[in-house]
Design a protein around this ligand. Structure first.
Ligand code: GLU
Ligand code: MG
Length: 449
């Protein structure tokens, strides 16, 4: 698709605006819009943005990061293939963008370019990471200056489905119009909690679509008078919202699932085992990218099915790396692993780039995963857990960020600018939220993700 094709599509749809969408180090989605006037030029040369935005946290507090202050610009340059007409916003379209320095090179802080670099490292081995985000979220209605869940229904309850059916119809329609494949929908455990799974795609497209899906979940809600939130722990006592990431490695032509080996009892190939071993070896630091918010650590606690210990297991919903059983007749296509210690407050480019960097370390070093854990790890006595090298994942945002900082594989992959800015932004959120009460945390996350 070239500039003229996008302009033609914009005109056919009668668009007034095209949003240039990006996701920051703080995991929020932001945009600048081009109007129809001058759209061709902006699609080609991008829109200017202060370099400071990548030093901004999710409370709009600018952090002191070298080179990301008040002086300097990047260009938000669109990937034209990502163009969509937005069904939930009048006469508006969207594109996903790279952050490009004024010399035309990818900016060091560009998360989307980081993911492309990691995908290119995999491509050198003839491999592609296919990924799918599985978003849980909360549908609420405004009530007395606050928000109340749209239902009080049970897990997978059809009464819960009925309470949200006008919204879900709008959501499914909006996803279809954006050519995002919807696989499943159901009402989940928490009051007002919903879950959708969308189709898998190569890593970059999966991350782009995760931004579009998050926008659609909230945008359709706003249009219908609801509030939808992907906050990891919307209410302290209720079920958390995961943003699980399903992943597998495929041959470059897409013809073979390299995670699949029918000769093994669990059908996991050597490559799958090594990649999973790498993910497990870096899991604590990876949490700083996949579950990076203050609120994330109120979700990742034992016995909430979010995966709180450094284990993997087959069909084990208390394992942060779960290997789901395959579907009969679709064994190869359905072989994959799921990262449960992830939520939708992550920047999806950082999360998937970090996942690839961790998995690649496993492939490069030929790592073997530890014994899989086929019970709830909290039921294993502490001394046995210790002996088997099973630890708690980070219990706070601060711990996750410390683990990320001390993980050389992840920080080397990120590069100094991205590692430093991402840590500075997220650490400032820890400072802000740990100094305040639970209500400040709840509203802060509920309304921004
Ligand atoms: N809500 C759980 C979480 O926070 C996940 C439940 C499930 O396994 O679907 O990740
Ligand atoms: Mg679920």
């Amino acid at each position: 698709m070239d500039t003229a094709d996008v302009v033609q599509k914009a005109d056919d749809a009668g668009l007034r605006f095209v949003r240039f969408l990006w996701c920051g180090n703080d995991g929020t989605v932001r945009a600048k819009s081009s109007s129809r006037h001058g759209l061709e030029g902006r699609l080609r040369a991008g829109i200017g943005l202060t370099v400071a935005m990548q030093a901004m946290n999710s409370l709009d507090q600018l952090q002191p990061v070298e080179g990301l202050g008040p002086v300097g610009e990047v260009r938000l340059v669109p990937d034209l293939e990502t163009f969509r007409v937005l069904p939930y916003a009048p006469a508006t379209g969207a594109v996903l963008v790279d952050h490009v320095a004024l010399d035309g090179e990818p900016a060091a802080v560009c998360q989307r370019s980081f993911l492309k670099r990691q995908a290119a490292r995999l491509a050198e081995r003839g491999m592609v990471l296919e990924a799918a985000f599985e978003n849980e979220f909360t549908l609420a209605v405004p009530a007395d200056g606050d928000y109340r869940p749209v239902d009080e229904s049970l897990c997978f309850s059809t009464i819960g489905m009925a309470a949200s059916q006008d919204y879900v119809e709008g959501l499914a329609d909006a996803l279809e119009r954006q050519e995002i494949v919807l696989e499943q929908y159901y009402a989940e455990l928490g009051h007002g909690q919903q879950e959708i799974s969308t189709g898998h795609a190569p890593a970059l497209r999966a991350a782009d679509e995760q931004i579009l899906v998050r926008e659609t979940i909230r945008g359709v809600a706003a249009q219908l008078g609801y509030v939808a939130s992907l906050a990891p722990k919307p209410w302290p006592e209720a079920a958390g919202n995961g943003g699980h990431i399903h992943f597998s490695l495929w041959s470059e032509d897409g013809s073979r699932n390299l995670f699949h080996d029918p000769s093994r009892p669990d059908r996991l190939s050597d490559s799958a085992r090594q990649f999973i071993a790498g993910v497990l070896a870096h899991l604590s630091g990876l949490c700083g990218l996949t579950a990076p918010s203050f609120n994330s650590y109120h979700r990742i606690v034992p016995q909430y099915w979010a995966g709180a210990f450094t284990v993997w297991g087959h069909d084990n919903r208390e394992a942060p790396v779960r290997v789901p059983s395959v579907f009969a007749g679709m064994e190869e296509a359905s072989t994959n692993a799921e990262l449960k210690s992830a939520d939708a407050t992550c920047n999806p480019y950082l999360a998937l780039g970090g996942l690839i960097a961790a998995g690649l370390d496993g492939l490069e070093r030929g790592l073997e995963p530890p014994e899989p854990v086929e019970v709830d790890p909290v039921t294993i006595p502490g001394s046995e857990r210790e002996a088997r090298g099973i630890h708690r994942l980070p219990q706070t945002q601060e711990e996750a960020l410390a683990a990320l900082e001390s993980d050389d594989v992840l920080t080397t992959a990120l590069g100094p600018v991205l590692a430093e800015s991402c840590l500075a932004v997220r650490r400032s959120e820890w400072e802000a939220y740990s100094a305040r009460d639970a209500e400040f945390e709840r509203r802060g996350h509920f309304l921004k993700y």
